[in-house]
Design a protein. Structure first.
Lengths: 138, 395
């Protein structure tokens, strides 16, 4: 298990992002979806950028994704969040092109590759549950 | 087909002192650059009736906002018929492009457009990491999606794009290193450059990692300095010091959501949108460009601009960069003859406009491009921030 850093700068929780940041309380990755055209999208916005429907809101996504790109951060940007750690853009299995920037955990840095299947795991801090991703068990 | 019906031109440019830890405020540097540019055009402050700058009074620490539009208006007592600043715009030159339209439509006659930074002095005490993250209690806006995961810097955000381009197209670290080595070699001829000692590939590869695939020398160097550009209505330039430079075309387009991770094709950036718009506005093509000044906040961004402008086939920007002799002042396609931001200092976009103008006027001194140059491509910005121009010397 990757041990969590002592510190993370937490996100401001807004009406649009509350479902995303708190879904982890019940183990749910909540992503905005258009009830009209049924496309998923991220980050949340008060309208569907494709069909302009206002009938949008969070739904529970699969929590499965693949690594689309990654970087191994080696610079100490925060006290209490020591490098190295992997920052990745993961693409949700629910819809191609819907991506989250996140950390990969429980994975050796040298094993990270584009296309790697991963699944969500939440890290709880204060009022938010941060969705991190770990390799899908073989 | 020319930008804003060919009514707006560049009539003068100027910079402040440029350096590390100059111990001067960005405001002071901004005033110096403004006065130098106004004098360079053969104007006086009373002739300036418009002001445009980037980014305006945004909440950023660490010397990112050297001077705002009102800072300079107030210091110089400028009477303005139009003024603006902005950060939701086409890269650091977005409001400069707006100024062209304002001049063309009669809202102003001579606009002072500028960018000032004093990141070196302002960050000397706190360090760069604290300058980025130290003042926040919660991450908001787009940073809420990145900072909680330790992705604090554009080095992380753009590093991921570079990694994906490596994965898709076989780009190598050595090819990115060529961008840094080219900048360093060219900077040696620029008396205002920050780093001028020769850099080898061994030096580049041996530098400490910041965020894979970026090492220290893939990242530009925080600096103190301001740059100002004078945009004038063409018919108001008669009798001025310099032959006006034509803005043949420009790009300020954005065809997708503004985002650091949702762009459809992660091997392209907003640079591709603005370049497409720029080429749609001119009969000139990439083959007509004599030299280029291409943003290099990170080495990979110069490669993105090469890809976006079509100087190389998509995916081949790294291969394009391999023959370093081509990109010096003596080469057939000089790139970043001033050393870019990687070695010249992070003047945040405007330095590329300045260098293109100076070269087109033949005023670059020891680093003047050997061949005759008439057309310059200027690409500014990275990620979802991008603006570009095609400049042309007439006659």
């Amino acid at each position: 298990m990757t041990s969590p850093p002592a510190f993370r700068l937490l996100p401001e929780v807004t009406p649009e992002t509350e479902a995303f940041w708190t879904g982890g309380e019940t183990g749910e990755l909540r992503i905005y979806r258009c009830r009209s055209c049924r496309h998923w999208f991220h980050p949340p916005t008060p309208a569907c950028f494709r069909c302009r429907s206002r009938e949008v809101g969070p739904e529970v996504a699969s929590g499965r994704a693949t690594v689309a790109a990654y970087t191994v951060n080696q610079h100490p940007w925060f006290d209490g969040f020591p490098p190295p750690y992997v920052v990745a853009i993961v693409e949700l299995d629910d819809e191609p092109g819907v991506r989250l920037t996140t950390n990969l955990v429980d994975c050796a840095i040298e094993d990270v590759v584009v296309g790697m299947p991963v699944e969500v795991v939440f890290e709880h801090r204060d009022d938010v549950w941060l969705p991190l991703f770990r390799p899908v068990a073989a | 087909m020319t930008f804003v019906e060919n009514r707006a031109v560049i009539s003068g440019v100027g910079q402040s002192a440029i350096g590390r830890k100059l111990g001067r405020s960005g405001w002071d540097l901004g005033v110096e650059a403004a006065l130098n540019a106004i004098a360079d055009a053969g104007l006086t402050p009373d002739d300036i009736d418009g002001v445009a700058s980037y980014p305006g009074p945004v909440g950023a620490e660490g010397g990112f906002v050297g001077a705002t539009t009102h800072d300079i208006r107030n210091a110089l007592g400028l009477k303005s018929s139009w003024y603006t600043s902005g950060v939701e715009t086409a890269g650091q030159i977005g409001t400069l492009l707006d100024a062209c339209a304002m001049v063309a439509s009669g809202r102003a006659t001579h606009v002072l457009a500028f960018r000032s930074v004093w990141e070196s002095t302002a960050q000397a005490a706190m360090g760069r990491a604290k300058a980025i993250t130290g003042h926040m209690t919660r991450a908001s806006g787009h940073t809420a999606w990145r900072l909680p995961f330790g992705a604090a810097s554009a080095a992380n955000w753009i590093g991921m794009y570079a990694q994906r381009y490596m994965h898709e197209h076989g780009l190598t670290r050595e090819q990115m290193g060529n961008v840094a080595i080219n900048a360093r070699r060219n900077a040696a001829l620029n008396p205002n450059a920050i780093f001028t000692a020769p850099m080898t590939m061994e030096d580049y590869l041996g530098a400490r990692m910041i965020s894979w695939p970026f090492g220290l020398f893939d990242c530009d160097i925080p600096a103190d300095g301001a740059t100002a550009i004078i945009i004038s209505r063409r018919e108001a330039t008669a009798g001025l010091r310099r032959p006006p430079l034509t803005i043949e075309s420009a790009g300020s387009a954005m065809y997708e959501r503004h985002s650091w991770d949702q762009r459809n094709d992660l091997t392209t950036m907003a640079a591709h949108d603005v370049a497409r718009a720029m080429w749609a506005g001119t009969s000139l093509t990439a083959a007509d460009v004599d030299f280029a000044t291409l943003y290099d906040g990170f080495t990979y961004l110069t490669l993105q601009w090469i890809d976006a402008f079509g100087f190389a086939e998509h995916g081949k920007a790294g291969v394009f960069m391999e023959d370093l002799d081509r990109f010096s002042k003596d080469g057939d396609f000089p790139i970043n003859t001033h050393g870019g931001q990687l070695s010249g200092g992070r003047l945040h976009g405007y330095g590329f406009v300045h260098e293109a103008c100076v070269q087109l006027w033949g005023d670059a001194g020891e680093r003047q491009i050997t061949k005759d140059v008439e057309v310059a491509a200027v690409g500014v910005g990275g990620g979802p921030e991008a603006g570009c121009m095609l400049l042309r010397r007439e006659g």
